[in-house]
Design a protein around this ligand. Structure first.
Ligand SMILES: [Zn+2]
Length: 233
């Protein structure tokens, strides 16, 4: 009785026969133009049987995926690691930051904190990359530490980062959770262009302007805690 609908990605659009026709039909469907009910298989005719359009379906998929993602990582052994970047006691930094950052900025930050980030070290583990090496440094794993702190391919953006953050440029905790540190980090990541494909623009002129305006504000934390952070790392 239950019918299964299987969704598959088709790699690339070129030369796949029927692909363009399917594309056209999908576009029409996304515009709200769906087939007459009587042309549909019986189990798809019920009005609430399937999402009404491709974009609705895509939205639902995204929603389900992000819920699955949230569920899986809050239960994962990595979650405490994520929390380690949070200060105990007061409203979490993460919540405070969430209000100020764009969605893609928030995503990369979360992923960097949990190490589930589209860098070869992680991609290799989930079988999405042939090896774990940094594309610029053969034999060295491309993980979060490597990109943030060591990779020699990103000298220019790292110099900018060091100018902005000084000694704290080497503190992952500062970069991943301090209000100012996060902004310097986003500018750095944007400068590396390593995440551009997945996350788009991580740092804009508008962000730079806002940071400028905030630069008079007092440092919120980490004074005296830096040593502790360095010990942990
Ligand atoms: Zn490298």
């Amino acid at each position: 009785m239950a019918e299964r609908i299987e969704l598959k990605w088709v790699p690339g659009h070129m030369d796949a026969r029927g692909n363009e026709a399917a594309d056209e039909a999908a576009k029409e469907a996304a515009m709200g133009d769906s087939s007459e009910k009587k042309k549909l298989p019986k189990q798809l005719r019920a009005s609430d049987g399937i999402p009404v359009s491709v974009s609705a379906m895509r939205q639902k998929l995204t929603k389900d995926t992000s819920k699955a993602w949230t569920d899986s990582w809050t239960e994962s052994p990595r979650y405490p690691k994520f929390c380690k970047f949070e200060k105990k006691g007061r409203g979490t930094n993460f919540e405070k930051l969430a209000g100020k950052l764009r969605r893609n900025q928030m995503s990369i930050l979360t992923q960097l904190r949990t190490n589930h980030v589209p860098l070869n070290f992680y991609l290799h583990r989930i079988k999405r990359a042939e090896n774990a090496d940094c594309p610029h440094c053969p034999g060295i794993a491309e993980d979060v530490d490597h990109v943030l702190l060591n990779c020699s391919n990103y000298i220019q953006p790292r110099q900018t980062l060091q100018t902005r953050a000084g000694r704290k440029a080497a503190s992952k905790r500062h970069l991943l959770s301090d209000k100012k540190g996060v902004k310097h980090l986003l500018e750095f990541l944007h400068g590396t262009r390593r995440f551009e494909k997945v996350f788009g623009t991580l740092w804009s002129e508008k962000d730079a302007k806002e940071r400028e305006e905030e630069s008079g504000e007092e440092d919120e934390e980490w004074r005296g805690e830096e040593e502790e952070a360095e010990e942990e790392e």
